[in-house]
Design a protein around this ligand. Structure first.
Ligand SMILES: Nc1nc2c(ncn2[C@@H]2O[C@H](COP(=O)(O)OP(=O)(O)OP(=O)(O)O)[C@@H](O)[C@H]2O)c(=O)[nH]1
Ligand SMILES: [Mg+2]
Length: 453
């Protein structure tokens, strides 16, 4: 941590400006060596959070006219002295300044090293650090809002409270081990049973919400499937609002998977348009259909497109049967139906009467997707949602350990056995915010950041 690090904070390429970020004990000295401020008096006041115009000089040569931002320890992002150099946006200019900083003693930062330092200096916990990556990677408004809520510390607070509860339980058990009094033991066990139960309820609620959180963060793998010519590619194009896939009235137009992403009602759908399912003699088409069946296995949502004016086929019944829970039926081409048939259709519950041609059914589809994703969770309610797979997995382990502890109480196991279960729970809940993590886990998390963050 004593090293001073430097990296480009903006993506390389031509832009109006580039930003280089320096952090560490020597950052101030390196800047003093290279920066000639226009207003020297103001610069020498060393005021925090100021932006200063001047020139960046190396070996007597002016490299660029720059703005230097000063953010001093401990109130900077990393908790160390941080200087940010805003230079002109040519990659060559930025590279020259970067090289100069390296020559003056800075080290090139690893991916995520600024955020790792922020974590080690207690400026962020792991939930917040992971929210930073999610915010950068978010592709819908909902995903960005979710990451922002986590970054602001709401979720961390919930986890920290949970950890405090587990710590309290452990303290209670250890006190009972240290001061055993037989006559109060059964009373203690009852108290403990209800305390653990309470934590279990909180954990379970958080885990229930995490299903929604994960979808809001990662999106839903959505496979559009059906017979040839029912309008699958037309649906894909309409959702994307562009002519992405070829549409013709010839059955078997789509032969290979087409993958695209789109936000529907703030939920990211990772769409896959597939080859229409049928008995085919054509080898290429048969291979395409094989892919369709495989895509269904991993799908999180299946849009089964059926044609309104023809009866269901065996394959369609089959898909409805085995994938019932993840299927939404798109009852397409209702524009071809007579009015009296439409009345019957509108009473068919989960099936959405649809006409891609006349743009009917899209609102109902959006509502149905939202209903499935939010599962009764108010959209981003005051309850912070867990969304990160690592955090969810640690919480699941914590939940199992607590269940085990409860089981031990009910089987009247000795206190020290109980304490092992609760210690396990404490270990897992601590891992979420980073109260107790191994270096390898930190490396794994921060290596997924971009350089300069
Ligand atoms: N009347 C009517 N025609 C539609 C509707 N949606 C799509 N079509 C037409 O149906 C035909 C087939 O559409 P596609 O989108 O290519 O169908 P597909 O399911 O992708 O077909 P394959 O790729 O062959 O499996 C085209 O002529 C579309 O214009 C609709 O809502 N109403
Ligand atoms: Mg198609």
């Amino acid at each position: 941590m004593e090293d001073t690090i430097v990296a480009m904070a903006t993506a390389m390429g031509e832009a109006s400006i580039h930003i280089l970020r320096l952090s560490g004990p020597e950052a101030g000295k390196i800047i003093e060596n290279c920066f000639k401020p226009q207003n020297k008096e103001r610069w020498l006041l060393r005021e925090n959070f100021t932006l200063n115009l001047g020139v960046f000089i190396d070996e007597g040569r002016v490299l660029d006219e720059v703005l230097v931002g000063r953010m001093l320890a401990p109130s900077s992002y990393t908790g160390e002295d941080v200087f940010e150099v805003n230079c002109h946006g040519g990659p060559f200019v930025a590279q020259r300044i970067l090289q100069a900083c390296l020559r003056h003693g800075a080290y090139l930062a690893e991916p995520g090293e600024f955020s790792k330092r922020a974590f080690l200096n207690c400026k962020l916990d792991l939930v917040q650090a992971e929210a930073v990556i999610d915010l950068i990677g978010s592709r819908t408004e909902t995903a960005a809002n979710l990451a922002l809520t986590q970054l602001s510390g709401g979720l961390s607070e919930t986890i920290i409270n949970l950890r405090e509860e587990v710590l309290g339980i452990l303290a209670f058990i250890e006190a009972s081990i240290d001061f055993p009094e037989d006559d109060v033991e059964s009373l203690d066990r009852e108290t403990l049973d209800s305390r653990i139960n309470m934590v279990l309820v909180h954990t379970k609620n958080l885990l229930a919400g995490s299903k929604t959180g994960k979808i809001l963060r990662d999106g839903l793998l959505t496979v559009i499937v059906g017979r040839p010519n029912v309008g699958k590619s037309s649906l894909l194009n309409a959702l994307l609002d562009e002519e992405r896939a070829i549409v013709t009235d010839i059955p078997g137009t789509t032969r290979d998977e087409i993958r695209e992403t789109v936000s529907v009602g703030g939920i990211l759908l990772r769409l896959v348009d597939t080859a229409g399912i049928c008995e085919s003699k054509d080898l290429v088409e048969r291979l395409g259909i094989e892919r369709t069946w495989n895509a269904l296995k991993t799908a999180e949502l299946i849009l089964l497109v059926v044609q309104a004016n023809t009866p269901l086929t065996e394959d369609e019944y089959h898909i409805l049967d085995i994938y019932a829970e993840k299927v939404v039926v798109i009852f397409n081409k209702i524009d071809l139906l007579k009015d009296e048939h439409l009345v019957v259709v509108s009473e068919m519950g989960q099936w959405i009467p649809f006409s891609v041609l006349q743009h009917r059914g899209f609102e109902e589809l959006e509502l149905e997707i939202k209903r499935r994703v939010y599962q009764g969770e108010a959209a981003l309610s005051s309850n912070p949602l867990l969304s990160n797979v690592r955090q969810i997995s640690s919480l699941e382990h914590c939940y199992s350990a607590l269940r085990q502890a409860l089981e031990s109480i009910r089987q009247e196991m000795p206190w020290d056995i109980l304490s092992i279960d609760v210690r396990q729970a404490l270990h897992y809940v601590s891992e979420i915010t980073g109260h107790n993590v191994q270096e390898s886990l930190l490396e794994d998390i921060f290596s997924r950041f971009c350089i300069g963050k």
